[in-house]
Each structure stands twice: as structure tokens, then as C-alpha cells.
Design a protein around this ligand. Structure first.
Ligand code: NAP
Length: 288
């Protein structure tokens, strides 16, 4: 009997922009696993039917991207992590049960550990910019690793306040115009807004108030070096880019679907950098 071909997919609307096929198909190839990872364009209203038919379509699980991450919480058995973040990005079939988690928090922290080892040995204030889905994952990861205090600043203050309320006393909301004071002496700055992304306004802030040994992380990965990271580099601060988070958040899903915990290697990073630059890798791939 031939080996079972396991398949997973990324579900979005639109879905063409997703880098997940390039990541998972790289791992399938280097690990020699007979599996497949595809893109599935699914309209928002069609998500319930698509997920109900996941097994019938031959899938053992899927990633979710915009606009499905929040809806999925209602459609699958979400774990505490996905519920706290308010979004699910990874689903898998556990027997007949469809289960959901969120791997962005782990991805962010694993990347911070990789690119700025020892960041958590430096006690001190962390500042997170943004209060959307990605910021919630970042704050969840930081709280879990014991960072305190964590200041959250957002253009729309009510969202920062709601986030702070949801994550307890170690997380405080501050107003966007209080940024210089928030940054004073901070040891970690994370941009979790979409500012600095290709086509979006840049994030232009004065980094001088930060501690001289601060780490500056940006979760935006297109471009790879955002204006914020370039400025932090010029100021002699340690920098952490967003591509690593994207790669590390994929590890958990691959392990659930294909039974092997893959490595985030420099080779994978090069492959995805080429993919982001419009190179010839990525897309659907099937190994038999
Ligand atoms: P989201 O839920 O739409 O949140 C967007 C955030 O950016 C909000 O806090 C929003 O503030 C803020 N923002 C947008 N435009 C702004 C502006 N002109 N001035 C000030 N703030 C502005 O999006 P998300 O899912 O959290 O994603 C945020 C970014 O993270 C995106 O660029 C995404 O690509 C990236 N991301 C990266 C990874 C990774 O693996 N590296 C994972 C997830 C997301 P308001 O609340 O005021 O609108």
C-alpha cells in the first residue's frame, strides 16, 4: 500500500498573497514528506461550508488568513490561546473534531529568542504599538514570558484600552501622543501596526528615549528592513525583523498536520526572501 498523502492549505479571501505555501512546501521537500499544501480562495460567507467539508476535500487541517481568523473561533474548538488572542490561524482535525489555535504569539517569541537572545533577561518596560490581531498575539506572548510592564499604544485609544483590560494588570494602555514618555528607558519596542508596510505610511518616531541596549522588533516583513528597523540599526540598537515571526508561526501547524516539527533554517529564510521578491519559488507543490 502506498504512503498516505496528507494535505493542508491556507484559506483566505484573497489568498494569492500568502507565503504559507512556499514555507510548508519547502519543509515537505527537505523532509521528504509525501504531502501537499495548497491555497484555497474561500469567500467569507462560504467558510462554514468549507470547514465542514475539510476532511472530505482531503485536508488534515489548514491555516487561515484575512478575513477568516476571527470567524474561525466560532467554527472550531478554539484553545485558550486562540480565544485570548481573539483569532485562530491554525486548524486541524482531531478525529472528527475541528480544533483551532493561534501560533502568532509563539512565532513572535521564538523569533525574538532567535534574533535577540537574552532579551527577556533584561528587566524593563516593553512598548507595543498597535492593538489589532497581531498586537494581541504579541502581547499574549510577552505576558506569557513574564515581560512587565507592557505599554500598548494605538491610534484608536479604545482598542488599546480594551487590549489592556483583556490581558490584566501587567498591560497598560497609553495614548499615541504620549509615545516619547512611553519609550523613555524602554528595553523592547515592537511595531505591531501596519505602518511601514509597502504601500502604507512609514512609522516615523524618535528612538532616542529608548534604553541604550533596547531591542526594536517590527512584525511588518514587506519590506524586510522597515524604516523603523533601519533607524534602530543606525542608532546602534538590536533589531528583530518580521519575516522570522512569519517563519516561526508556521512550525506549529506543520507539526500538527505532518507529524514532524520542522526547523526554521537560513535556507528557508532565503527561499522566502526570494518568494517575497517575486522569485520563482512557492506555489502549490505535490510530492508523491
Ligand atoms: P489589524 O488587525 O488590521 O491592525 C492594524 C493595526 O495598525 C491597528 O492597531 C491600527 O490602528 C494600526 N494602524 C493602521 N494604519 C495606521 C495608521 N495610519 N496610523 C497608526 N496606526 C495605524 O492588522 P493585524 O492583523 O494586527 O496586522 C498588523 C500588521 O502586522 C500587518 O502589517 C501584518 O502584515 C503584520 N503581521 C505580521 C505577521 C508576521 O508573521 N510577521 C503576523 C501577523 C501580522 P487602529 O486600531 O487605530 O486602526
Amino acid at each position: 500500500m502506498g504512503e498516505e498523502l496528507r494535505a493542508a492549505c491556507v484559506v483566505g479571501w484573497p489568498v494569492e498573497h500568502s507565503r504559507s505555501p512556499a514555507i510548508h512546501n519547502h519543509w515537505l521537500r527537505v523532509l521528504g514528506i509525501p504531502g501537499a499544501y495548497r491555497r484555497e480562495a474561500v469567500r467569507p460567507g462560504d467558510l462554514p461550508a468549507f470547514l465542514a467539508g475539510l476532511a472530505a476535500r482531503g485536508y488534515v487541517g489548514c491555516n487561515l488568513t484575512v478575513p477568516h481568523k476571527e470567524t474561525a473561533l466560532e467554527l472550531a474548538q478554539a484553545d485558550a490561546r486562540a480565544r485570548a488572542v481573539g483569532a485562530a490561524n491554525t486548524l486541524w482535525l482531531d478525529g472528527a473534531n475541528l480544533r483551532a489555535t493561534n501560533t502568532d504569539a509563539d512565532g513572535f517569541i521564538a523569533n525574538l529568542d532567535r534574533q535577540a537572545p537574552g532579551w527577556d533577561r533584561m528587566a524593563g518596560k516593553a512598548v507595543v504599538l498597535g492593538a489589532g490581531g497581531a498586537a494581541r498575539a504579541v502581547v499574549y506572548g510577552l505576558v506569557e514570558r513574564g515581560a512587565a510592564p507592557i505599554l500598548v499604544l494605538n491610534r484608536t485609544p479604545a482598542r488599546a484600552q480594551a487590549l489592556a483590560r483583556a490581558f490584566g494588570p501587567r498591560v497598560e494602555a497609553a495614548t499615541w501622543d504620549g509615545l516619547p514618555a512611553a519609550l523613555a528607558g524602554a528595553r523592547l519596542l515592537v511595531n505591531a501596526t501596519s505602518l511601514g508596510m509597502q504601500g502604507a505610511p512609514r512609522l516615523d518616531i524618535d528612538l532616542a528615549p529608548l534604553a541604550s541596549d533596547a531591542v526594536v522588533a517590527d512584525i511588518v516583513y514587506a519590506p524586510l528592513e522597515t524604516p523603523l528597523l533601519a533607524a534602530a540599526g543606525r542608532a546602534g540598537l538590536r533589531t528583530v525583523d518580521g519575516l522570522g515571526m512569519l517563519l516561526h508561526q508556521a512550525v506549529g501547524g506543520f507539526a500538527l498536520w505532518f507529524g514532524v516539527r520542522p526547523e526554521v533554517t537560513s535556507e528557508l529564510r532565503r527561499v522566502i526572501e526570494r518568494d517575497l521578491a517575486g522569485g520563482p519559488v512557492g506555489g502549490e507543490r505535490r510530492m508523491a
